[in-house]
Design a protein around this ligand. Structure first.
Ligand SMILES: Cc1cc2nc3c(=O)[nH]c(=O)nc-3n(C[C@H](O)[C@H](O)[C@H](O)COP(=O)(O)OP(=O)(O)OC[C@H]3O[C@@H](n4cnc5c(N)ncnc54)[C@H](O)[C@@H]3O)c2cc1C
Length: 392
C-alpha cells in the first residue's frame, strides 16, 4: 500500500496548485484523477485569472507560457440598453489587473511541471471512498485499471470538483448548504474569430444578456443568456452571430468579427456552497465546496485562494507541528467565498434579463447602471472585486 503525506483527489486547478506548493516545501503528495490526461488538458472552462492567481502561478514557476500568451486586461466594459461604459481597474486598485488565459492552458502547464518535478498524478484513477478521517492515518480507496487500491496519507485534500466524493464524507450535521438556481443558462461558444474588443463587454439587452470574452488574439469566447430548457441544437451558427450582434450593439456601429465556431455548450447558472470545508483530516477546496455563476469570473480564482490557506496550514503543521491554520481553514476560506458569492450575484443580477423589460426589477437594474456610470466610488467597488481583493 502506497503512503504519501497528502493524498489529493482531483487534477483541476485546486489539486494541481496544492501539489506544486507542497512539493516546493518538500512535502510529498500524490494526485488521483478519474479522467484521462487528454480529457483534463482539453476541458474548456474558465479563462479569467485574478492578479493574486497570476502572482501565485508565477511564484510557483508555472507562469512562463501564461506571461507570453496570456492577455493583460486593465478594464472592462459594461453596456445597458446599448449604452456602454468603461470600468478602469488600475486607478482604483493601485495598478492591479486581470489576465485572460484559458483554464485548460494553465492546467496543461501545471501537469507538465508536475511531471518535471516528480509529482505523481495517477490519471484514470477514481477515488471511491475516504476512510479514517477522524484518525491520524486516513486513506483514499480508489480504482485503477479495474483493481481496487488504497492510498494511505496523513491528510486528504478533496479537490474533486462539484460532483466529487469529498463533500459526501463530511458529517451531514457539520454544515449548512446554500443554493441558488438562476432561471437561465449560458450558451457559450468558442470561435476562430479575432475578438472585436480589447476588453470584455458585459451587455444587458431586452432580449437577454450577452458577453464578449476572448481566449487569444485569434479566438473569441462569447455567451448568450438562454432559458434553462434551451438546447444547443436550437442555435445554428448564423442565429448565434445574429443574436450576439443584436445584444452587443452599442448604437455606434460596433460589429463582431465572425468565424468558425468550434465549441458550443450550455451551462446552467447557479450558486452553491457549504459553510464548513473540513472534518478531521479531510479538507475540501475549490468547486468541491462552492460554485458561483461565471459572471464574476471567480470559480477558478476561488479554488486557488482556498489552496493558499490549505497549503500554508499544512506546511506549518508538517514543519512546526502548528495546527492553528488547519483549525481555522474553513473560516479563513469562507470570508473570500462569501465575497465572491456576493460579487457574482451582483454581476449576474445587474446584467441579466431578470424580469420583463421595463418591469420594476428592470428599472432598478437600470438605476444601478446609471449610478455606476457617474460614480467613481461605485466604479471602484466593481474594479476591486473584479481584479480580486488582496486582503480578504
Ligand atoms: C462548463 C463550465 C464552465 C465554466 N466556466 C467558467 C468561467 O467562464 N469562469 C470561471 O471563473 N469559472 C468557470 N467555471 C468554473 C471553474 O472552471 C471552476 O471553478 C474550476 O475548475 C474549479 O477548480 P477545481 O480544481 O476546484 O475543480 P475542477 O476543475 O472541477 O477539478 C476537479 C477534478 O477532480 C476530478 N474528480 C472528480 N471526482 C473524482 C474522483 N472521485 N476521483 C478522482 N478524481 C475526481 C475531476 O475529473 C476534475 O479533474 C466553469 C465550470 C464549468 C463546469
Amino acid at each position: 500500500m502506497a503512503k504519501v503525506q497528502v493524498g489529493i483527489i482531483g487534477a483541476g486547478p485546486a489539486g494541481l496548485t496544492l501539489a506544486l506548493i507542497l512539493q516546493k516545501a518538500g512535502i510529498r503528495s500524490l494526485i488521483l484523477e478519474n479522467r484521462s490526461k487528454q480529457y483534463v488538458i482539453n476541458r474548456v472552462r474558465a479563462g479569467l485569472l485574478e492578479q493574486n492567481t497570476v502572482d501565485l502561478f508565477n511564484e510557483l514557476g508555472v507562469g512562463g507560457r501564461m506571461r507570453r500568451e496570456g492577455d493583460e486586461h486593465h478594464g472592462v466594459y459594461l453596456s445597458f440598453n446599448n449604452k456602454k461604459i468603461h470600468i478602469p481597474f488600475g486607478e482604483h486598485t493601485g495598478g492591479r489587473h486581470i489576465t485572460i488565459y484559458g483554464q485548460q492552458e494553465i492546467v496543461k502547464d501545471m501537469i507538465e511541471t508536475c511531471a518535471e518535478r516528480g509529482i505523481e498524478i495517477k490519471f484514470e484513477a477514481t477515488a471511491t471512498h475516504i476512510e479514517g478521517v477522524e484518525t491520524d492515518a486516513p486513506s483514499i480507496v480508489y480504482t485503477e485499471g479495474g483493481a481496487e487500491k488504497v492510498l494511505n496519507c496523513d491528510f486528504v485534500a478533496a479537490c474533486d470538483g462539484f460532483h466529487g466524493i469529498g463533500r459526501k464524507h463530511l458529517p451531514k450535521d457539520s454544515y449548512q448548504e446554500f443554493r441558488i438556481e438562476y432561471p437561465f443558462s449560458w450558451l457559450g461558444i468558442l470561435a476562430y474569430a479575432p475578438p472585436a474588443s480589447d476588453e470584455l463587454i458585459y451587455s444587458y439587452h431586452k432580449n437577454g444578456f450577452a458577453l464578449l470574452s476572448m481566449r487569444s488574439a485569434e479566438v473569441s469566447r462569447l455567451y448568450l443568456q438562454v432559458t434553462n430548457d434551451d438546447k444547443v441544437e436550437n442555435w445554428s451558427d448564423e442565429r448565434i452571430w445574429d443574436e450576439l450582434d443584436v445584444r452587443l450593439d452599442d448604437g455606434a456601429g460596433f460589429k463582431l468579427n465572425r468565424g468558425e465556431i468550434f465549441e458550443k455548450s450550455i451551462t446552467p447558472m447557479r450558486s452553491f456552497m457549504i459553510d464548513n470545508m473540513q472534518h478531521g483530516r479531510l479538507f475540501l477546496a475549490g468547486d468541491a465546496a462552492h460554485i458561483v455563476p461565471p459572471t464574476g469570473g471567480k470559480g477558478l480564482n476561488l479554488a486557488v485562494a482556498d489552496i493558499r490557506f490549505l497549503s500554508k496550514a499544512l506546511i506549518n503543521w508538517f514543519e512546526k507541528g502548528d495546527d492553528s491554520g488547519l483549525k481555522t481553514y474553513s473560516e479563513d476560506c469562507l470570508r473570500r467565498v462569501w465575497r465572491a458569492q456576493d460579487f457574482s450575484n451582483f454581476m449576474t443580477t445587474l446584467m441579466h434579463k431578470m424580469d420583463e423589460h421595463g418591469s420594476y426589477t428592470n428599472q432598478l437594474q437600470k438605476a444601478k447602471f446609471d449610478y455606476i456610470s457617474v460614480s467613481k466610488n461605485y466604479e471602484a467597488t466593481i474594479a476591486e472585486n473584479y481584479v480580486g481583493l488582496k486582503e480578504i
